[in-house]
Design a binder for this molecule. Structure first.
Ligand SMILES: [Fe+2]
Length: 459
């Protein structure tokens, strides 16, 4: 690895070299001019933290009507990180009523160097209210950014769901996340269903994730659960070839997600009640049985809509992939408690199901519909069960494995999804990277009856 100092010198030397060549070389001396090939900027230079906050991220807490969590990064020189916040106002004098909250810090040594990550949770906030906040050390400050707390009741809202970003995050995922924001700028949160990056401990890739989302990450809170690519491979001891997988050291410093799941899975398994929807995030990488037990209680207790997200799909969309143990373990629980929708990633294709119940045998080609499934006309379907979605937002693509239960599917198509919940109606749309509508449907919850699935994008 090239040291930061050395690469900085290299960069300056290259710049001086270019200036010299521009000034001194005769115009016809093309060979001499082109002999200096472009040099890639060292990621350690690009991602070097300073005392100025960067990688600022809002995370939803378990009490989104009265609190919000903020995390950010600086260099090691920052000793007293703080958040200032105030009720939002039209004019700039809102700062006169600002409050200050101290942050907590932890060091993170990465493959590129050492940084400090800071976290603060604002509590006692008013529901359904706009606030402004900034983070800093008293001298170096971020800009004032806005967020809005949730309502305490089941009011309409939208959110955006992304499958894997994972690869070429800066060059390709940028346009997807930015078009999603253009499409749903008032979204309550962005939900990331794992594999946000490709190499769990790559500081540069986490930096790309923040570059791509830019200010969006600091104005719309995140819900995120880890995929297999957020699990780092570790050696048991230096003298052994034996390895195991462990959550990336970046995960908990980068986000400040709820800790209401099993203790060993804090910030990777949790639930959040948001305006009439219970959103459950599961960590499909590890301790799946433990989560099954926890999930039973969390779903039994839920009222209103129930949406679950995890990375590995219960019904795979790509060739040669299947997760039968996870399906056998979790799908009966979803059926028992009436989970409405499951949002997944991992397969680098798009597939959105019909209403489905366990047992389902998609790999045997059987149509996996429930006993109560009845088709009424071309577009109207009455059925029991859950809608399962696999999606992808980055550029890595696998081949689709078409199955009868798929109501919509795609390959070679990065997508973002906007979901809008209004009372007993949930409207869903999947859009391409250019914002083109690709798939849509509506779910209706009905008292004492199975959900109604209405295809709104044609049969
Ligand atoms: Fe994955």
């Amino acid at each position: 690895m090239i040291s930061i100092q050395r690469s900085g010198v290299t960069k300056i030397a290259a710049l001086v070299g270019l200036m010299v060549s521009a000034r001194c070389l005769p115009a016809h001396d093309h060979d001499a001019h082109t002999a200096t090939a472009p040099v890639a900027v060292d990621p350690a230079v690009l991602e070097k933290p300073t005392a100025m906050p960067d990688r600022i991220c809002l995370s939803l807490t378990a009490e989104p009507a009265t609190s919000i969590a903020i995390s950010w990064r600086t260099d090691a020189s920052v000793l007293k990180p703080v958040v200032e916040f105030a009720l939002a106002a039209d004019g700039p004098r809102f700062v006169e009523d600002k409050q200050t909250v101290a942050g907590t810090s932890q060091s993170l040594t990465t493959d590129l160097g050492t940084a400090k990550y800071h976290e603060a949770t604002l509590v006692g906030l008013a529901a359904k209210t706009k606030y402004l906040y900034r983070v800093g050390d008293g001298v170096n400050w971020s800009e004032w950014s806005e967020f809005t707390t949730a309502a305490t009741t089941a009011e309409p809202f939208s959110f955006v769901y992304f499958g894997d970003a994972q690869n070429d995050i800066k060059s390709h995922w940028s346009r997807v996340v930015r078009n999603a924001f253009r499409d749903a700028p008032r979204a309550a949160f962005f939900l990331h269903a794992g594999d946000l990056i490709n190499r769990a401990e790559s500081d540069a890739e986490w930096g790309q994730w923040f570059y791509a989302g830019g200010f969006i990450h600091r104005t719309l809170p995140a819900i995120a659960i880890p995929g297999n690519h957020e699990m780092a491979r570790r050696v048991v001891d230096p003298n052994s070839d034996e390895t195991f997988r462990e959550l990336s050291h970046h995960w908990r410093p980068t986000f400040a997600l709820p800790t209401n799941g099993p203790e060993s899975l804090h910030e990777t398994c949790f639930f959040i009640d948001y305006q009439g929807v219970r959103i459950v995030g599961l960590n499909s990488n590890e301790q799946q049985e433990l989560q099954a037990t926890w999930l039973e209680d969390v779903l039994a207790d839920a009222k209103g809509w129930k949406i679950v997200t995890h990375h590995h799909p219960l019904h795979s969309a790509s060739k040669g992939r299947d997760n039968p143990e996870l399906r056998d373990l979790w799908q009966p629980i979803y059926d028992k408690h009436g989970v409405d929708l499951v949002l997944q990633g991992h397969d680098h294709t798009y597939a959105r199901s019909d209403l489905m119940r366990y047992p389902s045998k998609p790999n045997n080609g059987r149509v996996p519909v429930g006993e109560s499934n009845v088709t009424e006309g071309a577009n109207l379907r009455v059925a029991g069960g859950t809608v399962y979605v696999v999606s992808v937002s980055g550029p890595k693509m696998y081949d689709l494995d078409p199955k009868p239960y798929m109501r919509s599917a795609a390959e070679n198509t990065p997508l973002y999804q906007v979901l809008t919940v209004e009372g007993d109606r949930l409207r869903y749309k999947a859009c391409t990277a250019t914002g083109r509508l690709y798939d849509s449907f509506e779910l209706r919850r009905r008292d004492g009856q199975a959900n109604l699935l209405i295809e709104t994008n044609g049969p």
